[in-house]
Design a protein around this ligand. Structure first.
Ligand code: MN
Length: 292
């Protein structure tokens, strides 16, 4: 990837999506390292509003002292942005004209026109593949790529984790079998306050033209509260794509309410939200005559 064109900008913020997950945190830091090394004035950053309820998981803490530059709402227009781990501007700065580049592994939202898309398990792997020829990744950075991939692959359970990703993990010097890491790092969603969990766990906003809905994922080792989650979505007022993952039995359940429409589906795998489930949800809306 050619990055010299970025030298003309005074200050570039590398930013992941709202409520950053481990891959957003780690890939923003890696990309900022690479840009800085090339003499570009870059920092990894988050928006101030994302500091609220920010969760830095152990899988991140064990490889990165996460200290992003914090951008206040009013200062957003003062910088240029390089997006990682998302390409939908509504998932971060919401201003297309400030985006100078992006690397991502999610479907194209068509909201920007300068993104590089990689078919990889984690954005961190995508960055590694783009730059390994011209940038020397050190041992800590290799560890960070490994940890981002642990998280984004649901510790190897997710169908998004392909043989080509395993090859990269091997090349970085790690074991592509993540089962020990699952035991070390996996924590089920805290369901003490069900309402909070059902509306905020792994939360994302989705916007496709006029179609707008929210999504949450409950990560569990059982299906004890599955029925309750389903009823919460089905009878609720929110347009919500709910996903329940039962890692113990290798099952994923989706419950999708959109206005007066409702759809549910069960998968006999750990299904990826951004690749499989979202596609099925949008297909459902199309079948019902909505313009997605
Ligand atoms: Mn990611």
């Amino acid at each position: 990837m050619e990055i010299n064109y970025l030298k003309k900008y005074k200050k570039i913020m590398v930013i992941g999506h709202n409520k950053p997950d481990p891959d957003s945190m780690i890939s923003s830091k890696l990309m900022a390292d690479i840009l800085s090394d090339a003499g570009i004035n870059a920092s990894y950053a988050i928006l101030e509003k994302d500091l609220q309820d920010l969760e830095v998981k152990k899988v991140v803490k064990d490889c990165l002292d996460y200290q992003p530059f914090v951008i206040k709402e009013k200062d957003i227009p003062n910088y240029k942005y390089f997006l990682v781990d998302h390409n939908d501007i509504s998932q971060s700065i919401n201003n297309k004209t400030l985006v100078v580049g992006a690397v991502d592994h999610h479907p194209d939202s068509k909201s920007i026109n300068n993104a590089i898309f990689m078919e990889v398990c984690s954005t961190a792997i995508g960055i590694y593949l783009l730059f390994k020829g011209k940038y020397k990744f050190n041992e800590i950075q290799k560890q960070q790529i490994y940890h981002a991939t642990l998280a984004d692959s649901s510790y190897g359970y997710n169908s998004r984790y392909k043989d080509s990703d395993k090859e990269v993990i091997r090349e970085l010097g790690f074991n592509p079998d993540f089962s020990d890491a699952f035991l070390k790092y996996f924590t089920p969603t805290n369901l003490t306050d069900k309402e909070i969990a059902f509306t905020t766990a792994n939360h994302k906003n989705y916007l496709f033209g006029d179609i707008k809905f929210e999504s949450t994922i409950i990560e569990a080792l059982d299906f004890v509260l599955l029925e309750e989650y389903k009823i919460f979505i089905k009878n609720g007022t929110k347009n919500l794509l709910g996903i329940w993952v039962d890692y113990n039995h290798n099952k994923t359940y989706m419950f999708f309410k959109y206005n007066d429409l409702y759809f549910e589906k069960k998968y006999d795998i750990i299904a990826s939200r951004s690749i499989i489930i979202l596609k099925n949800a949008l297909e459902f809306l199309e079948r019902n005559g909505l313009n997605v």
